[in-house]
Design a protein around this ligand. Sequence first.
Ligand code: GLO
Ligand code: MG
Length: 346
Amino acid sequence: MAKAHTYKFCFGPWNLSEGQDPYGPPTRPVQSFDWKLDQLKRLGFDAMMFHDDDAVPDIDHKSDAQLQKEARELHKKLSDAGIVAEIVAPRLWFSPMTIDGAYTSNDPACRKYALERSLRCIDVAKVLGTDLIVLWLAREGTYLRESKSGRRSVELLVEAIDKMLAHDKKVRIAIEPKPNEPMDHAYLPTIGHALAVAQLTSDPQRVGCLIETAHAILAGLDPADEIDFASAFGKLWSLHLNDQNGLKFDQDKPFGSANLRGAFDQVRALERNHYGSRGEYVAFDVHPFRPTKIEHWTAHLENSRRTFLRLVEKVRSFDEAGAQKLIRAQNYAALDQMVLEHLMGK
Ligand code: GLO
Ligand code: MG
């Protein structure tokens, strides 16, 4: 089993969300960014992840000079708090220019916007001191399958990534695949797709991936297998742990909430691949349940980390030699029960 190392933890300001969903308004009062940063520090997390406009609000209406100034101010605020910026992600799904997708939009002016926005996101990341850009390709799919060519869309995605790689020779891109929502089908639904597209770019070494538990489950895959797959390529650069009950809307439940055994298997895959030992962070892309009261606003994050660390203990105390014996005998019924007994505390 992996040499024991300590993990570093992360979340984004959007993970202290106010309770809005497509069917109703916020259920908790809007809080400032500073309040969210204070919570992150109080909980003892190490890093924060950002969308470009979490870092520089209203980024589309700011000059480059203003962008640099605000990013520098944020960098100072984070350094003073002892917090690192893990990643920056261009929020390519809010603007009126990305209604039909961003890099794959059928409108060339909108594709140009998406690219310029991505290059500015890289500029923000540079000031914040991170080389890692996350691409969650929210609307890169179709509302109507006949409206876009899948082949052309792959080419457009590669073109866009190439321009980002050329913009900053140090930047690395981590693609966060998701098979659906807000689209019915997305062009990069799984880690296999993300890593295949990485190979088509001008610098495959600088294109990797981010695995989110819920997204793998929505693709009908086991997140632990996705972790092993990406790690076999040395491409697992970031991680969004959470949980998901079935093939429904993206739920972003606390880690382990729906499937504790699945969570154990993910931690086991992370441990055997030494995830975190090369500086990677464990981020929780989780949201509070909508009825959550103000005084319990951070519980989903604390609970996710607690569950994660409890599962690290469970993985490290798992009787691997005993398991190997059962595997050699192909006694999977006994292996199955051994895992359950271990998780139940026996
Ligand atoms: C949505 C995604 C989203 C991304 C975030 C960072 O399903 O999980 O939360 O992780 O925007 O790019
Ligand atoms: Mg995510």
